[in-house]
Design a protein around this ligand. Structure first.
Ligand code: ADP
Length: 256
């Protein structure tokens, strides 16, 4: 897999109101291994609002409060990433996108050529939704669907979602102890895609449903998605660097 989009949730990046530095460093190390292996990597990172909240206490329940926290947290988070990537000799860049960057061919092309130029120079683009000024009709609202668009329009072979959950289960494993992992999925039915979203925690906005919607978007377009743990990256390492599907869920359309 030549071009890989990696999406990481705010749960993985923060812990008890602080940046989870160890996990962020592990993520950067993982991306550096893929980069060294010659892959093009685009990182879609959540966590701007949570990162902002580590610096200042603003009520994040209102839209303006969230926007203010994102404005504070986005450069703060990027600085940490840039410093960590620099340890591996990798330059990283900030790319803020909104839904309307994908709504016309002309605009999508502008975004594509910027990303291609960065990747050509071996830079790791770090993408987030431009939620500081995003208006309600335009927002993706969660980075799961944004990352699916990024993967498709920027021509990645696969989207890897690193979550607080290590795979898709047949039911919510946090509620049902007998939940069973679904290792390979080639079709999602309409009920699964419409179920109420179940974000796990204050900063998570997606839940499993938006991950399934992302998977469906990609499978319908002949692309793959891999869902694995962002806490323990061993399944992601095995799958992407050793071609060994030990854990995690691979969403792959039948024809691939
Ligand atoms: P992230 O912050 O990584 O984007 P979320 O917390 O938004 O992740 O979504 C993952 C959560 O979705 C899991 O922790 C789990 O509680 C919940 N969930 C609900 N149903 C399922 C399921 N069938 N399989 C896996 N996780 C599920």
């Amino acid at each position: 897999m030549r071009r890989v989009v990696i999406k990481v949730g705010s749960h993985v990046l923060t812990q008890d109101g602080k940046i989870a530095h160890k996990r962020l460093n592990n993520l950067v190390e993982f991306i550096a291994s893929l980069h060294k292996d010659g892959r093009d990597i685009i990182l879609v990172s959540s966590g701007a609002v949570a990162a902002g909240n580590t610096q200042i206490d603003i009520d994040r329940k209102s839209v303006a409060g969230k926007q203010a926290l994102a404005a504070i947290g986005q450069p703060y988070l990027l600085k940490i990433y840039q410093t960590q990537f620099a340890h591996y000799g990798i330059l990283s860049a900030q790319v803020l996108l909104s839904a309307d960057d994908f709504d016309s061919r002309r605009r999508t092309k502008y975004a594509q050529s910027a990303i291609d130029k960065l990747l050509e120079h071996r830079v790791v683009p770090i993408v987030n939704e431009n939620d500081v000024v995003a208006t309600e009709e335009l927002v993706f609202g969660d980075n799961d669907r944004l990352s699916a668009h990024v993967a498709y329009y920027f021509d990645a072979d696969i989207l890897v979602i690193l979550s607080d959950i290590d795979a898709l289960y047949d039911k919510d494993p946090h509620k049902c102890s007998d939940a069973v992992i679904r290792k390979e999925v080639s079709y999602l039915n309409p009920e699964e895609l419409e179920a109420e979203s179940t974000p796990n925690g204050d900063f998570a906005t997606g839940g499993i449903v938006t991950k399934l919607q992302a998977a469906d978007f990609l499978m319908q377009r002949g692309r793959q998605m891999f869902l694995a743990s962002g806490f323990d990256l061993s399944d992601a390492y095995s799958f992407l660097l050793e071609n060994d599907h030990k854990g995690g869920t691979l969403f792959r359309p039948k024809e691939l």
